[in-house]
Design a protein around this ligand. Structure first.
Ligand code: GDP
Ligand code: IMO
Ligand code: MG
Length: 396
């Protein structure tokens, strides 16, 4: 029987540590595929102290064996891709991009930034990378796709027409033509029918891992609109964003931080705008991997995590950054709401989890904390991460 594709999804507002887990698991997978989002994502991997941040390229790229796929649901900024790919040498044969993936063009970035500026204090706090406008053009059927680079002259005209329609000043035609030529030269070598590739992989019994970007609570449909990103970040997004049938999705692993963070604006009931929040930010180095912005920090929100587990069909959880809670005397978890206000349960802190190499090695208080998260979400924790490095992981 054909294999199913396993899936990694962020349970909170992104930055849970997806990159680390995808890199770790990629050692056992043949294919790693992104299915939504763009270079708004910042997935950090630390191997023997060396740090890599991936925005568009799947986090399987540091495993020489894995084939990486950027699916049709991803939006690609060509020059950002070229820049990011440059650090990995020749990726031909190890990376494929869907011909149907939409391109983020300069005017998308300009529109994103102008929209944010126009919103003033109501702004979403986007990454300013053109994600929303690129997806808007895709849905409005006026977008440009990777495959359009096969007809450069036509794409140049389409881009110039689009500037005109939008009432924006277009760059000189020669400049647009030169960009398009560069993109065609550097990107088309990776162009493929990635849906067919994934079907073939599954039919051949290959192991495939789908790498979600952002997090469940930023989902365009299921997050706190309009404080969301412009794609379906939940597990279901992998079906449309990679071209897989729902029944082809296998194990769903939710990545959950031991506390909560959020970059950008929007509701965050358990946020701690006080010394606790500052301490989480400092210890957890909670500064955006993409934009460098300080992340808002707060306690774990169990009702939201439970919602996320349900909507993604999470089979198991990876509990991340437990070490950041080291040394707290009291750790709080929101277990319910009363009229929108969090009701907290207190947990006893612990000294240090980072030395532990097995679940039983963990301080008893840390074990109880993990057990409480399992109970509150109804999902088993199968991995606990106790540091940024690839090796700082406890399997259960
Ligand atoms: P992603 O977007 O979900 O891939 O997460 P990011 O890479 O944006 O943010 C997670 C940050 O936490 C990165 O800097 C990681 O290197 C780091 N990290 C991951 N797991 C752990 C952990 O268990 N402990 C600590 N202290 N840092 C971690
Ligand atoms: P990873 O994959 C955290 C947030 C932005 C903003 C909102 C909309 O690293 O977890 P956008 O630029 O997407 O239109 O911004 O979504 N956001 C993220 N927050 N992690 C991310 O990705 C994010 N990608 C977008 O901060 O609030
Ligand atoms: Mg990130």
């Amino acid at each position: 029987m054909a294999n199913k594709a396993d899936l990694i999804v962020g349970v909170q507002w992104g930055d849970e540590g997806k990159g680390k887990i995808v890199d770790l698991l990629a050692q056992e997978y043949d294919y790693v595929a992104r299915y939504q989002g763009g270079h708004n994502a910042g997935h950090t991997i630390v191997i023997d102290g060396k740090k890599y941040v991936l925005h568009l390229i799947p986090s399987g790229v540091l495993n020489p064996k894995a084939v990486n796929i950027i699916g049709n649901g991803v939006v690609i900024c060509p020059d950002e891709f070229i820049k990011e790919a440059a650090q990995f040498g020749d990726l031909r044969g190890r990376l494929y991009i869907s011909k149907n993936a939409h391109l983020i063009l300069d005017y998308h970035i300009a529109l994103d930034q102008a929209a944010e500026a126009g919103l003033g204090d109501k702004k979403i706090g986007t990454t300013g990378r053109g994600i929303g406008p690129a997806y808007a053009d895709k849905i409005a059927r006026v977008g440009a796709r990777l495959g359009d680079l096969y007809d450069q002259a036509r794409l140049v005209d389409t881009i110039l027409e689009r500037y005109d329609r939008l009432g924006l000043n277009a760059p000189p035609k020669a400049e647009v033509a030169s960009s398009v030529a560069r993109w065609a030269d550097r990107l088309l070598v990776f162009a493929a029918d990635t849906t067919q590739m994934l079907w073939q992989a599954l039919d051949d019994g290959k192991r495939t891992l789908l790498e979600g970007a952002q997090g469940t609570l930023l989902d365009i449909d299921h997050g706190a609109y309009p404080f969301v990103t412009s794609s379906n970040t939940i597990a279901g997004g992998a079906c449309t964003g990679a071209g897989l049938a729902p029944k082809e999705i296998g194990k769903v692993i939710g990545i959950v931080k031991a506390y909560c963070t959020r970059v950008g604006n929007g509701p965050f009931a358990t946020e701690q705008t006080n010394a606790i929040g500052d301490r989480l930010r400092e210890k957890g180095e909670e500064f955006g991997a993409s934009t460098g912005r300080a992340r808002r920090c707060g306690w774990f929100d169990a009702p939201l995590a439970k919602f996320a587990c349900r909507i993604n069909g999470a089979d198991e959880l990876a509990l991340m950054k437990l070490d950041v809670l080291d040394g707290f005397e009291e750790i709080k978890v929101c277990v319910d709401y009363d009229d929108g206000k969090p009701i907290y349960k207190s947990f006893k802190g612990w000294e240090r989890v980072s030395k532990a190499r097995s679940f039983d090695d963990l301080p008893k208080a840390a074990q109880s904390y993990a057990a409480a998260i399992e109970e509150l979400t109804g999902v088993k924790i199968t991995l606990i991460s106790t540091g940024a490095d690839r090796n700082d992981a406890i399997y259960r």
